[in-house]
Design a protein. Structure first.
Length: 376
C-alpha cells in the first residue's frame, strides 16, 4: 500500500503525539495554484519591503503600525480595546494600566523583545518561544506540564459549541521534541530548502498544532510569522498588518488549520496564508504611502502658514510616530520647553491639524489624519 503524503489525526479526542515532524512532503505544496499565489505574495511583500526601507524615520511605522497589529491580533482572541483606550495607554506607558489595553501592549512588547532577541541570537530556539509567550501572558510559566489535559473546543453558541475539535500532543518531553524539530526547520535553509513564505505558513501551522503553552499560543504563533519574515530579511521591521486578514477571515483561518490535521488539506491552508501575506502587504504599503503623503502635506502647510514654528520638521516627525501626543512627550524629547510645546500644540489644534482631547482628566493631542489612516 502506498504511504499517504501526510498522516492525519485519527482521533481528535486523544493527544496527537504522532503529529508528523517537519518537513512535509513536497507534493503537498508544489502545485501550480500554490506556486502562482506564492509569486503574488512575494511580489507584494517585496514592494512593501522596498518602500519601508527608504523611509528616513522608521518611527513612523514602528510605533503606529506595530501597535495596530498588536490590537488586531489580540482581537482574534476576543481581547478588544478601542483606539482611544489603546493610544492613551501607549502614551502613558509609565502609568499603571489594566484590562484589554494592557494585553495589547504586552503583545506589542513581545513583537519588539523577540525582534531584538533574534537580532542577537540570529536563530530561533525553544527559549525564543518561551520568552514570547511569557511576555504576552506576563507569566513565568513554560511548556504545558504532563498532567494538563489540554483540548481545543469549538467556540460560539451553535449546535457543536464546546465539542473537542483537536487535542494537541501531551507530555513535556514530546512537546519539546516537536518544538526542537520546528526550530531546526526554521533555522536550517540548507537541509529544508523551501521558499520562506511557504516555510512560514508551514511553521505557523506546526506551532499551533504543537500548542506548547497553556494559553497564548495563537498570539505567540502570529508573532512568529512576523519575526520569521524579519529574521530572513524579507522585512526590516515587524510592521506587517498580517493579523488584519486573519481577523477578517477568522472562520476560514480556524477551518484551514483543522483541515490539515483532519484531512491533510495543506493546499487550502497554504493558499490562505499566502493570500494573507499578499493582502496585508498591499494594505500596509498603502497605509505607509498615505501616512507619508499627509505628513509631507501638513509640513508644507506649516511652512506656508503665517504662524511660525521652530523645529517644524522635528515637530511633525514626532507627531507622526503615534496618534496621541502630550506636552510631556515633546519636553522629554528635548524638543521644546513645556510652555512652547503647549503653545505649539494648541496652535496646531486651531489649524485643525490636531484635536485636543481630555481623557481621564489629562489632555492629549490627537493627530487626526494619522488616527484616521490607522483606523480604516
Amino acid at each position: 500500500m502506498q504511504e499517504l503524503p501526510y498522516r492525519i489525526n485519527p482521533d481528535r479526542n486523544i493527544p496527537w503525539n504522532d503529529l508528523p515532524l517537519l518537513p512535509i512532503n513536497e507534493e503537498l505544496y508544489q502545485t501550480i495554484e500554490i506556486l502562482t499565489k506564492l509569486g503574488d505574495a512575494k511580489a507584494a511583500l517585496a514592494r512593501l519591503h522596498g518602500r519601508s526601507a527608504v523611509i528616513p524615520n522608521q518611527g513612523l511605522l514602528i510605533n503606529s503600525i506595530s501597535l495596530q497589529e498588536a490590537k488586531i491580533s489580540s482581537a482574534i482572541e476576543n481581547i478588544f480595546t478601542t483606539d482611544d483606550e489603546l493610544y492613551k495607554a501607549f502614551s502613558d506607558q509609565n502609568i499603571e494600566i489594566g484590562g484589554a489595553p494592557k494585553e495589547v501592549l504586552r503583545y506589542r512588547e513581545s513583537l519588539w523583545s523577540g525582534y531584538t532577541y533574534l537580532k542577537e541570537t540570529k536563530k530561533f530556539n525553544i527559549d525564543y518561544f518561551i520568552r514570547i509567550f511569557q511576555e504576552i501572558k506576563q507569566t513565568k510559566d513554560g511548556i504545558r506540564p504532563d498532567f494538563l489535559n489540554t483540548t481545543i473546543k469549538m467556540g460560539g453558541s451553535g449546535p457543536h459549541a464546546g465539542e473537542v475539535i483537536y487535542t494537541p500532543p501531551k507530555g513535556v518531553v514530546i512537546v519539546k521534541n516537536k518544538l526542537e524539530n520546528l526550530v531546526n526547520y526554521l533555522n536550517d535553509d540548507e537541509q529544508f530548502k523551501i521558499d520562506h513564505l511557504l516555510k512560514m505558513a508551514i511553521a505557523h501551522y506546526q506551532f499551533e498544532a504543537i500548542h506548547p503553552f497553556r494559553d497564548g499560543n495563537g498570539r505567540t504563533g502570529r508573532v512568529l510569522n512576523i519575526h520569521y519574515l524579519t529574521n530572513k530579511g524579507l522585512l526590516d521591521f515587524p510592521i506587517l498588518f498580517l493579523s488584519r486578514y486573519i481577523l477578517s477571515h477568522k472562520d476560514d483561518y480556524y477551518s484551514c488549520l483543522m483541515g490539515v490535521s483532519q484531512r491533510a488539506d495543506w493546499k487550502n491552508w497554504l493558499l490562505f496564508m499566502l493570500r494573507a501575506v499578499e493582502s496585508t502587504s498591499n494594505l500596509t504599503f498603502n497605509k505607509i504611502n498615505e501616512i507619508i503623503s499627509v505628513k509631507d502635506s501638513i509640513l508644507d502647510y506649516l511652512k506656508k502658514a503665517s504662524i511660525k514654528f521652530r523645529k517644524q520638521e522635528v515637530l511633525i516627525e514626532t507627531l507622526f510616530t503615534q496618534p496621541f501626543t502630550k506636552v510631556k512627550h515633546l519636553v522629554d524629547a528635548g524638543i521644546y520647553s513645556e510652555n512652547t510645546a503647549r503653545e505649539y500644540l494648541n496652535k496646531l489644534c486651531e489649524m485643525q491639524v490636531l484635536e485636543k482631547k481630555e481623557i481621564g482628566g489629562h489632555h492629549y493631542y490627537l493627530n487626526i489624519e494619522l488616527f484616521r489612516i490607522l483606523s480604516e
